[in-house]
Design a protein around this ligand. Structure first.
Ligand code: NAD
Ligand code: TYD
Length: 356
């Protein structure tokens, strides 16, 4: 049976994936009602929401998911029947230098949302209810050269980031098992696309190439990630929200594995053409740097369950998606300049030292 939410509470909707989800959801559901609760950390930016902010069903609330009183008020006042929970600290490198905020936001924040959602759901204020936890394939740990993560792969997180996401996923499971709360949990591979903060691999490389700066590749560059366009992720989240059975977990992936160095080379070559540089010129910027501690070797998602049960598959090829993404960054240099000012510069200097 299809569940059509009347009023959504989206957390972290000013971030990369949350904002893309809001754009996509409003386009597909023009009469929807969405409350976007976001603390506007360094990763949250209201400019990501231009174009949807005037939609009559959309409103923004600046606030913290750890604020139980605020969450309770929003749930009650807006008759929320679906929470789609994107808000998180999301960058592995930052979790290595400062894990505490990851536990606070990702674990405690999720528990606060779950607890207030439980009370709201149990009060009977809404007829039906869903809590959708947005998570990552990183909770499964690292793969060798072969094999895939399925939904039954044991959680074996290796970084403070992925450990905090795994903790949150287990709390979601616990709220379903203990209280019978109607929860859902998606675990997606690496996303790319517009509004991606340039601390992550693909936007960082695009940004540095444009500015002729070194391209820091960790270790031997042979780590493998599976890449999915963020709008395909958004579409998958919508399908799971509307069609999945309570208590279920779905992997979301692009079936699109790349060694990091190959992706960096590809972005270099595409930008050689776009920027009118000599073939191979951008590759000269590649600099192998000290590896990330605990660096997971390979992620690969088996998303068969989502395809077979809910009929979802990515709509974009990587070939088109990466070109569109590069073009988006070239056309939106003002956005990049804004998000890379201030705190970002300090982070970049700390992370990459003289490579900055
Ligand atoms: P992001 O870092 O771009 O955005 C996170 C958003 O959460 C920001 O808008 C930030 O302001 C907000 N936020 C942070 N702390 C908050 C708090 N205490 N209260 C309210 N808002 C807060 O992250 P993203 O890349 O868009 O990731 C979104 C979700 O998807 C995360 O849960 C992440 O774990 C998951 N995920 C990300 C990827 C990826 O490739 N980026 C892949 C799979 C899953
Ligand atoms: P990232 O975008 O941080 O995502 P995640 O660690 O969550 O997968 O990194 C993707 C891959 O790229 C990962 O193997 C680490 C690597 N990487 C670099 O080699 N250099 C960089 O500057 C960054 C940010 C990442």
């Amino acid at each position: 049976m299809t569940f059509i939410p009347g009023s959504l509470l989206v957390t972290g909707g000013a971030g990369f994936i949350g904002s893309n989800f809001i754009h996509s959801y409003i386009a597909n559901n023009p009469t929807c009602s969405i409350i976007n609760l976001d603390a506007l950390t360094y990763a949250g930016n209201l400019n990501n929401l231009k174009g949807v902010e005037k939609h009559p069903g959309y409103s923004f609330v600046k606030g913290d998911i750890c604020d139980a009183g605020l969450v309770a008020t929003l749930l009650a006042e807006h008759n929320i029947d679906a929470v789609v929970h994107f808000a998180a600290e999301s960058h592995v490198d930052r979790s290595i230098t400062g894990p505490e905020i990851f536990v606070r936001t990702n674990v405690l924040g999720t528990q606060t949302l779950l607890e207030e959602s439980r009370k709201h759901w149990q009060s009977g204020a809404v007829e039906d209810f869903r809590f959708l936890q947005i998570s990552t394939d990183e909770v499964y740990g690292s793969l060798g050269d072969s094999g895939y993560f399925t939904e039954t792969t044991p959680l074996a997180a290796n970084s403070p980031y992925s450990a905090s996401k795994a903790g949150a996923d287990l709390l979601v499971r616990a709220y379903h098992e203990t209280y019978g709360m109607p929860t859902l949990n998606t675990r997606c591979s690496n996303n790319y696309g517009p509004y991606h903060f340039p601390e992550k691999l693909i936007p960082l490389m695009i940004h540095n190439i444009i500015n002729c700066r070194p391209l820091p590749v960790y270790g031997d560059g042979r780590n493998v990630r599976d890449w999915l366009h963020v709008r395909d992720h958004a579409a998958a989240v919508e399908v799971v929200l509307k069609k999945a059975a309570s208590g279920s977990v779905y992997n979301i992936g692009g079936n699109n594995e790349w060694h990091n160095i190959d992706i960096v080379n590809l972005v270099c070559d595409l930008l050689d053409v776009r920027l009118g540089r000599k073939p191979g010129e951008n590759r000269e910027l590649i600099t192998f740097v000290k590896d990330r501690p605990g660096h997971d070797r390979r992620y690969a998602i088996d998303a068969t369950r989502l395809k077979n049960e809910l009929d979802w598959e990515p709509a974009r090829t990587f070939e088109t998606g990466i070109q569109e993404t590069i073009d988006w960054y070239l056309a939106n240099q003002d956005w990049v300049a804004e998000v890379t000012s201030g705190a970002y510069r300090e982070y970049y200097t700390t992370q990459y030292g003289d490579k900055a």
